[in-house]
Design a protein around this ligand. Structure first.
Ligand SMILES: [Fe+2]
Ligand SMILES: [Fe+2]
Length: 222
């Protein structure tokens, strides 16, 4: 499994780099932050940890999570419009694309199907049903945990600082609480006990991180 994991990681790093280069060309300026890679890398680590706790092969969980947003990495042979449409269906399309790649490197066919199903099942942020298939449950939980964590906040900040055209006021960004309701919804969407146990700590740590950063920005003594 280690051999495949290395191949998948290298492939996805290349795809993230290619995606960033396409965005740079479109915007006609360099982008300092690779959101796709940063988000994926954090989700991959979380998936490996959850899998170990649940008795699932951590390498398999990491492979599926490396590939989970493959269809958000733009395909250079498609127009921007077609890439955007592909991104809207990125779970089902990504499952198919991941399966084609895994087949090409000789990944065991039974596991290819599991990975494809896990990727196809990760669409959305909030749901009111439980995913019981273990790999699909882990990919969902790792993806969403990475979003509600302190890392998710930093990834979002990096994305808007690097990619957006709006001026960002750091103190307003850090003091903003509009995300709380969404994060509560995400919190209620987890599949595994391991993720449910972890999410409250992750969310509390994110709140502390925000308030510490806000105090620092405002020049308050610790
Ligand atoms: Fe996704
Ligand atoms: Fe994701």
């Amino acid at each position: 499994m280690e051999f495949y994991e290395t191949q998948v990681e290298e492939y996805m790093r290349r795809r993230c780099r290619e995606h960033l280069n396409l965005q740079e060309k479109l915007l006609n300026r360099p982008l300092a932050f690779d959101y796709r890679l940063e988000h994926t890398r954090t989700a991959v680590e979380i998936a490996g940890n959850l899998a170990a706790e649940l008795g699932i092969d951590p390498a398999l969980a990491r492979i599926a999570t490396w590939l989970h947003d493959i269809a958000k990495c733009w395909d250079p042979s498609l127009s921007p419009e077609d890439n955007r449409l592909r991104g809207e269906k990125h779970a089902s399309v990504g499952g198919e694309e991941a399966a084609i790649f895994l087949d090409s490197i000789g990944f065991p066919p039974g596991l290819v199907l599991q990975v494809q199903q896990a990727i196809a099942a990760h669409a959305g942020l909030i749901k009111d049903y439980i995913i019981h298939e273990p790999l699909s449950a882990i990919v969902w939980d790792a993806d969403k945990l990475s979003k509600v964590s302190g890392a998710g906040m930093l990834h979002y900040l990096g994305k808007i600082l690097s990619g957006g055209n709006e001026r960002i006021d750091l103190a307003s960004f850090l003091a903003d609480e509009d995300w709380k309701e969404l994060h509560q919804g995400i919190r209620d969407s987890f599949n595994t006990e391991a993720a449910r146990l972890r999410v409250d700590r992750e969310m509390a740590a994110a709140v502390r991180l925000r308030s510490q950063m806000l105090a620092a920005v405002r020049g308050n003594h610790p």
